[in-house]
Design a binder for this molecule. Sequence first.
Ligand code: HEM
Length: 378
Amino acid sequence: MSFPSFGRMNFLNFLECSIPMNSIHYGFLSPKAACKGMNRHHPANQFVQRTKTLLASVLITVSTVVPAQEQNTDQTPLPVALVNQLNKLSSGPHDGFRANHAKGVMVTGTFTPAASASSISRAPHFLHPVPVTVRFSNGTGVPTLPDASPKASPHGMAIRFDLGDGASTDIVSISASAFPVATPEDFLAMLTAVGASGTDAAKPTPIEKFLASHPAALKFVTTPRPAPESFATLPFYGINAFKFTNSKGESNFIRYRIVPAAGMHSLTDEASAKMSPNYLMEELPSRINIAPVSFTVFAQLANANDNIVDPTVSWSESNPLVQLGTITLTKAITDQVPEQRKILFNPVSLPDGIEPSADPILAIRFPTYAVSYGQRAQ
Ligand code: HEM
């Protein structure tokens, strides 16, 4: 299937997924993979347990009552409908791979907090250094996508902070500073419009109509995203807002911003056309072998009138940035395929001191990721 493209941009870059309804299983409930070693009583992980239980009952009900092929979108839980639609667009499923951000490379290192971090959040990783596992990825659910493809961008950077005692918290970010839509329903509508806008579609196509009525989506797909020199030279953004609370009980809404120490460097179109299909996946481990790769993590603070529930709305560049700490990556994972397959990042697995905002895009993410995980962890 082909998708509308906009020069180097293509909004399906972001999410091309795999997972037919009839292949969903409940692997995400199993402690053997994502939950391995999890302390279920740790406050950082109680949200995850509640979400998994809720999602499991929804999925079990849907899949046993209505055969997969007969379900329509109205009856299908939104996370499942999103993944199903993404799957259609990506010609998936691709066995064992993520429904989105399928191709990636995983590395490990340390997060060292800055002194300023604990002034805005009492979260444990802002008090002392902790180990991190980081997965960099290409957009789309296509595991063989060439790294320099326009569809690979925005890229992903998912960070797991090991809080000790089996607990963890994650930041799941991309190399774009805003999201194309404000609600999961609009996201499904956008993906559905893409699916209905093949080469034989009448003009204006459904996606042209969608973009005409959704300026943030139009901006997203027309923002230039040149191929990066390296994962180590890309900035990443959390996009969704979170509420930080410090030990005095003072709260701020923030968005994460992750800045590469090596600077931001991208390739010309001419140079990117000559890159090997796996250049990003191969370059990072080579670079780390020579010297550690670092990123500085910042919290961009919201001002009183800033919109904290709409990820299409950027905050002013004059908003304060508080340094949270430094990620120093020192080692590539040895067994990439099984290790990537078994880890499930969760943007709302949060310790005391960090809470989700009421952004509906943030709320749909973990349930959707769990559906994708349920398939790929088999
Ligand atoms: C409605 C909104 C969204 C949907 C439906 C969606 C869907 C998905 C799906 C299905 C996966 C695969 C999960 C897995 O198998 O583990 C995924 C992964 C990912 N998503 Fe999203 N996503 C959404 C919003 C976002 C946003 C706002 C960001 C960044 C700020 C983001 C960043 C990522 C990244 C980096 C990964 C790869 C994580 C990894 O390396 O395991 N997504 N997304």
